[in-house]
Design a protein around this ligand. Structure first.
Ligand SMILES: CC(C)(COP(=O)(O)OP(=O)(O)OC[C@H]1O[C@@H](n2cnc3c(N)ncnc32)[C@H](O)[C@@H]1OP(=O)(O)O)[C@@H](O)C(=O)NCCC(=O)NCCS
Length: 170
């Protein structure tokens, strides 16, 4: 039996994706760096403080070997994901700005978009890494659902808090 390719299947997928999600995703624009750094600092709260004054976060978001994707609902920034391409690709910051977007699954969509972007930039990448505070249950739950596995633990020397190493094969 010969299977025929449905010429409409590809377009249909795109329409379904657009209908299901009100978010659009784009690389960080330079002019949004301040707003994004502030969003990260405010949603991470105390966890960010040992690492993250605004200037340090801004430098992490934009520049060579940095990947930052911003999610917008209409024109408003609803979340972002950021990482580096030094060595293995690594997610550094993931933040959803409001409860509604979190409940609509924006965190997971941002991880999916990041993986797609990494495969586009580095088609040979095999792994994506992330370190997370062990008590950030929401984040670890989300990364697990998205296929990340725990590969190790460390006591963070700056904060003295437990950190888990996560990785996903891509
Ligand atoms: C980590 C994160 C992206 C996970 O998102 P997610 O798994 O898709 O969604 P969550 O399960 O966290 O969101 C649902 C819950 O969080 C709340 N929530 C998430 N982001 C929120 C926000 N910015 N403002 C208010 N409430 C928020 C929701 O109300 C909901 O509460 P519940 O625990 O009573 O059910 C999200 O929790 C977040 O942005 N956290 C702050 C940043 C952070 O810790 N990032 C990881 C380290 S880089």
């Amino acid at each position: 039996m010969m299977l025929k390719r449905n010429p409409f299947s590809c377009n249909l997928t795109i329409i379904v994706e657009m209908t299901l999600s009100e978010f659009s995703f784009e690389p960080l624009r330079k002019r949004d760096r301040d707003a994004c750094a502030e969003m990260i600092i405010s949603t991470l709260g105390n966890e960010a403080k040992p690492y993250a004054d605004k200037n340090t976060v801004k430098k992490a978001l934009y520049g060579d070997k940095k990947v930052t994707l911003v999610a917008r609902r209409k024109e408003r920034i609803s979340g972002l994901i950021n990482g580096t391409l030094l060595g293995f690709p690594r997610i550094m910051f993931l933040t959803v700005a409001d409860e509604q977007s979190a409940r609509e699954g924006l965190g997971g969509m941002l991880i999916d978009q990041f993986v797609k972007e990494i495969k586009k930039i580095s088609p040979h990448a095999k792994l994506i890494l992330h370190n997370e505070f062990a008590d950030n249950f929401n984040a670890i739950g989300l990364y697990s659902v998205k296929g990340f596995k725990v590969t190790g633990f460390i006591k963070d020397p700056i904060t003295n808090r437990d950190v888990v190493f996560l990785e996903k094969s891509v």
